[in-house]
Design a protein around this ligand. Structure first.
Ligand code: CDP
Length: 242
C-alpha cells in the first residue's frame, strides 16, 4: 500500500478532487474579423486569442526566405483582476508572450510560410490563475481555425503542489496557500500526438518523483482539454463545455 503523505493541504478551497479540472468552456470564432479566433475558459480564468496571418512581415529585413515567423503577445485587460492592471507591456506579460511563443513554435510548421509572419494576440479579460495555459489553449484553436499549418495540437494546464499535496488546475486562492512548504505552480503544455512537453515552468521546490507524478497528472488533464478543443473546432460558433 502507498505510504500516506501528511500535508497541510487536505481539502481544496473550491471542493474539487485533487485531480479535478475547473469547469471548461471553449468556443472557436469569437472575433469575426480575425483569420482565426477562440475563447478558452477554466473556472473564472478566461482567455481570448486572435490570429492574423500568415501575412507579409514588416520591416522587410526581418523576413526569412527559409521559414516564417511566429509572434505571440499576451496581455491582461485592465479589469481582469480586482486591482487594475496597468496598460502596456510589463516584464511578466513579455515573459508569458515569449514562453507561449516557444510552446506554440513546437507545433506550428514555420517552413510552410517563408517570408511571412503569423501574429497571435492573447488577451485575458478575467484572471483567476492559469492565464498563460488558458491563453495557449485558446491560441492553438485560433491557429487551427486560421488554417495555419501545424504538425499537431497542444493543450496546457497548470498543475502544482500545495504543501505536499499534488493538484491539477491551480486557482488563484490555491496559488496563495502559504502553509507548510507553500504553493508551487507548474504550467505544462503537452503535444496532442507525440505526447511531448512543449512548456514546463516551475517556481518553487519539489522532488523528482513529485514532478514526474505531476507530469502524469498534466498529461491526463491535457487529453480532456484536447477533446474539448477538438469539439470546439468542429463546431465554430458553438460554446463547448466540459
Ligand atoms: O496567470 P498565470 O498563473 O499563468 O501567471 P501568474 O504570473 O502565476 O499569475 C497568477 C495569477 O495572479 C493571475 O492569473 C492573476 O489571477 C493574478 N495576477 C494579478 O492579480 N495581478 C497581476 N498583475 C498579475 C497576476
Amino acid at each position: 500500500m502507498a505510504k500516506k503523505i501528511e500535508s497541510a493541504y487536505k481539502k481544496r478551497v473550491d471542493g474539487r478532487a485533487f485531480d479535478e479540472l475547473r469547469p471548461i468552456k471553449a468556443k472557436v470564432g469569437v472575433i469575426p474579423s480575425a483569420d482565426g479566433s477562440a475563447m478558452y475558459q477554466s473556472g473564472k480564468t478566461r482567455a481570448i486569442a486572435v490570429v492574423r496571418g500568415p501575412r507579409t512581415l514588416h520591416p522587410k529585413h526581418m523576413e526569412n526566405p527559409q521559414r516564417g515567423v511566429l509572434r505571440v503577445t499576451y496581455q491582461m485587460m485592465a479589469f481582469s483582476v480586482w486591482d487594475r492592471i496597468k496598460p502596456g507591456t510589463s516584464r511578466r506579460s513579455q515573459e508569458i508572450g515569449k514562453v507561449s511563443e516557444w510552446a506554440l513554435g513546437e507545433i506550428v510548421d514555420l517552413d510552410a510560410f517563408p517570408n511571412s509572419v503569423v501574429d497571435v494576440i492573447i488577451q485575458i479579460p478575467q484572471a483567476d490563475a492559469g492565464t498563460r495555459v488558458a491563453g495557449i489553449n485558446a491560441a492553438v484553436m485560433a491557429l487551427a481555425q486560421a488554417g495555419v499549418p501545424m504538425k499537431e495540437m497542444i493543450s496546457a494546464i497548470a498543475v502544482g503542489k500545495m504543501d505536499k499535496t499534488l493538484v491539477v488546475d491551480v486557482n488563484k486562492e490555491e496559488e496563495d496557500f502559504e502553509e507548510g512548504e507553500g504553493p508551487t505552480d507548474v504550467p505544462i503544455a503537452i503535444t496532442s500526438k507525440s505526447n511531448e512537453i512543449a512548456l514546463l515552468q516551475l517556481d518553487g521546490k519539489m522532488s523528482i518523483p513529485e514532478l514526474k507524478e505531476l507530469i502524469k497528472m498534466a498529461k491526463v488533464a491535457c487529453k480532456k482539454i484536447n477533446d474539448i478543443q477538438t469539439k470546439a473546432l468542429k463546431e465554430p460558433g458553438k460554446e463547448i463545455t466540459g
